[in-house]
Write a protein that binds this ligand. Structure first.
Ligand code: ATP
Ligand code: MG
Length: 331
């Protein structure tokens, strides 16, 4: 039996090079070998302010972005979280098992509540519980994510333990994170001490996978670099250049050592010009395919509903077993 993979992305902003390098590039590699489910986390998006019209539109846009990046809706189950109500239902059961102390330790909550001081809602706090429900509903074995999500997966694993202690074993599978060796934490272009995030207010901090070539070039060329002039991978002293080298290495399949050799004696500007060209040529076909897909909304709708139906069959099976185990009436 193939192992099951599950992962998703919050429906905020547009997917970035960070999401691509840290997560979706790996989803793509896994789609032939594994049984894969990839979802659009639109319920998670509600943890920050959303304009209803934009949220709806963006859900289609994200679906098209997944497809344009190379995810195949036939090989994988690709669906929107809100199409499968079992996510919210399992989340409630798990919420009642989650100690507040565990959630208090979550760094994403701390970071996001500092960023959204006017909207520190309970959903932002319980976000990792919904994420655990996303994973456990599908009996997922492996969760391919960037470094920032490691702590949330640990919480999910703790919840499996708490559930088993109270209700007995055998309902959930224990998931394992899969974090790439290179590119697990792509950094912001202007502030390379922070991670690149698609919800960043300053769009100079990220490259979106559907940015036009001129914009990409400008953003990469104006990326913050460090004092000195040597092109060397050194995260502590040369965070900016190290980040550019990481992006270059993943997109070109060349090792960092090889790149350091290639750029020995050259200026930062050289590296930026070449990297901008590489990013543009990598993303040009993605943008073209995205534009094509977005023209046929009916087709996207059909694919999305098909994904939702296939996901729901599985989600229902797990939820029924959970309700039975905890003593909740269900139909
Ligand atoms: P937001 O700012 O809305 O939280 P995000 O860019 O952090 O957006 P998520 O939807 O939270 O994106 O995460 C989607 C996937 O991308 C996750 O697997 C996450 O670990 C990964 N990811 C996010 N940012 C990075 C990054 N800078 N480098 C590598 N992987 C990343
Ligand atoms: Mg995030």
């Amino acid at each position: 039996m193939k192992k099951t993979i599950l992962s998703g992305s919050t429906v905020t902003g547009d997917l970035t090079l960070g999401n691509y390098i840290g997560a979706i590039n790996n989803w793509k590699k896994m789609q032939s070998e594994y049984d894969c489910l990839y979802f659009l986390a639109n319920l998670h998006a509600l943890t920050v302010f959303q304009d209803p019209k934009i949220l709806k539109e963006r859900t289609y846009s994200f679906f098209a972005q997944y497809l344009a990046l190379g995810l195949d809706p036939q090989k994988n189950i690709i669906f929107a979280q809100s199409h499968v109500p079992e996510h919210s239902e399992l989340s409630w059961v798990l919420t009642c098992l989650t100690p507040m102390g565990n959630l208090n330790r979550m760094t994403q909550f701390k970071e996001k509540s500092e960023k959204h001081v006017k909207n520190i809602n309970a959903g932002l706090f319980t976000y990792p519980v919904l994420m655990a429900a996303d994973i456990l509903l599908y009996q997922a074995d492996i969760i391919p994510v960037g470094e920032d999500q490691k702590q949330h997966i640990e919480l999910c694993r703790d919840l499996v333990g708490y559930f088993e202690n109270r209700y007995g074993a055998g309902i959930f599978k224990m998931p394992e994170p899969h974090i790439p060796k290179s590119g697990a934490r792509v950094m912001s272009l202007q502030d390379p001490t922070k991670k690149m995030s698609k919800s960043d207010e300053n769009e100079k901090n990220f490259v979106s996978i559907i940015d036009d070539p001129k914009k990409i070039e400008k953003k990469i060329k104006s990326a913050a670099t460090d004092s000195g002039s040597e092109i060397k991978f050194d995260v502590e002293n040369k965070a900016g250049i190290s980040n550019l080298l990481t992006i270059y290495s993943v997109l070109s399949d060349k090792s960092i050592e090889q790149l350091e050799k290639d750029y020995e004696g050259k200026m930062y500007g050289h590296l930026k010009v070449d990297l901008a060209e590489l990013v543009v040529s990598t993303l040009k076909p993605v943008k073209d395919e995205y534009d094509r897909l977005m023209q046929d909304r009916t087709h996207l709708d059909k694919l999305m509903l098909d994904g939702a139906e296939r996901a729901r069959v599985r989600a229902k099976t797990t939820l029924a077993r959970v309700y039975e185990a905890v003593g909740l009436l269900h139909r």
